[in-house]
Write a protein that binds this ligand. Structure first.
Ligand SMILES: C[S@@+](CC[C@H](N)C(=O)[O-])C[C@H]1O[C@@H](n2cnc3c(N)ncnc32)[C@H](O)[C@@H]1O
Length: 209
């Protein structure tokens, strides 16, 4: 089970980030398809964006091409925030970096975010922490604003080991339960081997108006 402490230890200390996480990108087509199916339809210039778990900035660099007004990066590991600051800081001195506790968005004001993005993060986060984040999304998103979350859907696994890739013990049913609980509205729940993996999905949901 990937606990908060294990995530912190692995990503903040043990993982070799020298390729900036690009070894997880199977190819340009994969990346473009994800962006076109999920992020681009919801991200327009001038938005206030929050990314959770940026790592070394594999998706942050894409978000920045759309000129957000404000970009807040939240990560459990200081090392990841430092890598992003080093990579983007000179050109984008206004990026905000928040060291998180792995389940809340303390430091982000109520109703100030237009879009939440998180990829390859919640696949490693267990249900109690995801529950915490869901309530935080409901708090920080503006009414009608959207969140895009890549998450572990081990109930849909088409591989031998549903937990392959250090997946959390989390299902698409859990996702629906937590969204209901936080009064968030599911827009789409994409499961396709090309865009996610055979044991993960991408959920798009919003805070109701
Ligand atoms: C597999 S890396 C993915 C990095 C980046 N999103 C990418 O796709 O290249 C996981 C990232 O999520 C962060 N992380 C793990 N658990 C977290 C949590 N509960 N809250 C916030 N960040 C977390 C890690 O520190 C790391 O930056």
């Amino acid at each position: 089970m990937p606990t908060r402490e294990e995530n912190l230890r692995f990503w903040g200390r043990d993982y070799d980030w020298s390729d900036r996480g690009e070894s997880w990108t199977p190819g340009e087509l994969w990346k473009r398809t994800i962006l076109e199916r999920t992020l681009w339809p919801h991200l327009t210039p001038g938005m206030d964006v929050l990314e959770i778990g940026p790592g070394a900035g594999r998706w942050t660099s894409e978000i920045l091409t759309r000129a957000p007004r404000r970009l807040v990066l939240v990560d459990l590991a200081q090392k990841c925030l430092d890598m992003c600051a080093e990579r983007f800081g000179a050109e984008h001195p206004d990026i905000e970096y928040l060291l998180g506790d792995g389940m809340s968005l303390a430091g982000v004001a109520d109703g100030c975010i237009d879009l939440v993005w998180s990829f390859d993060v919640f696949v490693h986060v267990e249900k109690p922490q995801v529950r915490g984040y869901m309530h935080e999304f409901a708090r920080v998103l503006r009414p009608g604003a959207v969140a895009i979350l890549h998450y572990a859907s081990i109930d849909r696994a088409q591989c031998e080991d549903p937990r392959e890739g250090w997946r959390a013990d989390f299902t698409s049913t859990d996702l629906r339960e937590l969204l209901d609980d936080a009064k968030l509205e599911l827009i789409d729940d994409l499961y396709h081997p090309l865009i996610s993996h055979t044991n993960s999905s991408i959920a798009l949901f919003r805070r109701p108006r």
